[in-house]
Design a protein around this ligand. Structure first.
Ligand code: ATP
Length: 234
């Protein structure tokens, strides 16, 4: 479904991604794990068109999207849940969710999806009129996921959804990711929490300083000595 091939991405003179390749099969959960600054966010931003690779290509559903602008990429079915939640703080919960559907004009369907998000996240329904900036961290993460779902994506790009959340809430978020996937949405999940990410993923990649250094089934990576030592706390 998604094929990132040999991309090189730079920030000025900094070579952030080096011939990076990843493939995501339709219906799967793929995770990209790595330490701080390895290039995880850069990878997602490049897929969603916010950054341009200097070389290499990105194909989505057999269409070359390497040079497609970000708003058109959303329209093609790629939606990102940004790192650090990034909701619109001075808009209400409801307005944030409506923003997620801003490219759509199928009013009835939007209404149905909104109900779907409220069903999945009852806490957001209770806080419909609350300013998003006053939500707790966990609620903001739910809102960021809900907003991305309002675009009806085929693939969801998730940037460290567990960041800064209490362990119980992390578990809940990962259950939600699994559930979203089981209803047909493909997931590319970027995480520092390798343990959780590998436990729900089908396939995994390890990124170090802009390069993929290991790849395989999530199960195989979980059993790899290198991954255990570097990413799973021994
Ligand atoms: P984290 O887990 O800490 O979010 P990451 O794996 O997502 O890290 P990136 O944010 O992709 O890492 O950063 C990759 C590299 O690119 C880092 O060395 C970072 O300092 C650098 N970088 C990221 N954004 C910029 C920028 N706007 N200008 C210059 N360098 C940047």
């Amino acid at each position: 479904m998604l094929e990132v091939k040999d991309i090189d991405v730079y920030y000025g003179a900094i070579h952030a991604l080096k011939k990076l390749s990843i493939t995501v099969e339709k219906g799967s959960i793929v995770t990209l794990i790595g330490a701080n600054g390895a290039g995880k966010t850069t990878t997602l931003k490049t897929i969603s068109g916010l950054l341009r690779p200097r070389s290499g290509s990105i194909m989505f559903d057999n269409v070359d999207i390497t040079k497609v602008p970000p708003e058109k990429i959303v329209g093609k079915g790629i939606s990102q849940v940004p790192e650090g939640r990034r909701v619109f703080p001075s808009m209400t919960v409801l307005e944030n969710l409506e923003m997620g559907a801003y490219l759509r004009n199928d009013k009835k369907e939007i209404e149905a999806d909104l109900e779907g998000v409220f069903f999945r996240f009852p806490r957001l329904k209770e806080r419909k009129k609350q300013m998003a900036g006053t939500l707790s961290g966990g609620e903001q993460q739910m809102l960021a996921i809900g907003r991305a779902l309002m675009a009806r994506p085929e693939i969801l790009l998730m940037d460290e959804p567990s960041m800064g959340l209490a362990p119980l809430l992390v578990k809940e978020i990962f259950e939600i990711i699994k559930d979203i996937n089981s209803r047909g949405t493909t997931i590319l999940l970027v995480e520092q929490n390798a343990n959780m990410a590998l436990s729900i993923a089908d396939k995994a990649y390890v990124i170090e300083t802009g390069e993929i250094v290991l790849e395989g089934s999530a199960q195989a990576l979980m059993n790899s000595d290198e991954v255990k030592k570097e990413y799973l706390g021994g």
